[in-house]
Design a protein around this ligand. Structure first.
Ligand code: DC
Length: 247
């Protein structure tokens, strides 16, 4: 039996040592984190965790239960007690399938408020760390490389010009928006407000980790971004040595 230590801790994987990687993918909204992280997880054979969906699910549950969004102890209790899962792209909270219900402008704003609550963050960060104990993981969010897994094997910071991020959001069918000019400008200002909230909050603000690799996706098609990110992952994992996953 061989053992190897990494960000997820010491893992025994059978008779052959194998890296159980933790890949952190952070960045602002609309930078392409979701599509890229899913593709990277598929290529690595790792679990994919969308931590934004966790903040969204807690915000949805708070609103479903009629909880005021300034009731931090109440929201923290929900975050602690609610069953929260995301498997095969389906997000469930307290037995409700909220996959599509958490993708709208109301939950965008509510999740940003929930994400500002330090006690809620502590609970969700604990849950996020527990996912990595189950095996390799590609985790996307805002604070994965800085707070959740400061020792992640690979840290990527995905960014894009604000106007391109807004255009991508507006065209995203999950958000149910069209492409006309007024919708685009409404999406752009909502995105800017959320960016400001994420970057300026006291608790784990969105910031690039010192040892992250920044990938600017402005003007790039998704396939190119995925290739670049996989190339970085491949380099980083092989620099760490050992039999890496098939990337
Ligand atoms: O990535 P997203 O838009 O689904 O995230 C929803 C909100 O949660 C957004 O305001 C950013 C915040 N968030 C966070 O603060 N930390 C994370 N790790 C993930 C998301």
């Amino acid at each position: 039996m061989h053992r190897r230590s990494n960000a997820a801790g010491t893992v025994t994987t059978g008779c052959q040592a194998r890296i159980i990687p933790v890949i952190a993918i952070d960045g602002p909204s609309g930078a392409g984190k979701g599509s890229v992280s899913r593709a990277v997880a598929r290529a690595l054979g790792c679990r994919y965790v969308d931590t934004g969906a966790m903040y969204r699910a807690v915000a949805w549950l708070a609103s479903d239960r009629g909880l005021a969004l300034d009731d931090e102890p109440g929201v923290r209790r929900l975050a602690e007690e609610a069953e929260l899962d995301q498997d095969g792209g389906t997000v469930t909270v307290a037995g409700h399938d909220v996959t599509t219900l958490i993708r709208n402008a109301t939950i965008d704003a509510a999740a940003a408020r929930v994400a500002r609550m330090p006690s809620v963050r502590r609970v969700l960060v604990g849950r996020q760390r527990a996912y990595a104990a189950l095996g390799g993981v590609v985790m996307e969010g805002r604070d994965i490389g800085t707070t959740v897994f400061p020792n992640a094997d690979v840290k990527i910071y995905l960014d894009a010009a604000p106007e391109e991020r807004a255009a991508r959001r507006a065209a995203d069918p999950a958000h149910g928006l069209g492409r006309n000019a007024s919708t685009l400008s409404a999406v752009a200002s909502a995105l800017e407000a959320r960016d400001r909230s994420d970057r300026t909050r006291d608790s784990s603000p969105l910031v690039m980790a010192d040892d992250a690799v920044c990938v600017d996706t402005t003007g790039l098609v998704l396939e190119t971004v995925i290739e670049r990110v996989l190339a970085i992952v491949r380099r980083r994992l092989s620099a760490r040595g050992g039999a890496g996953p098939p990337v």
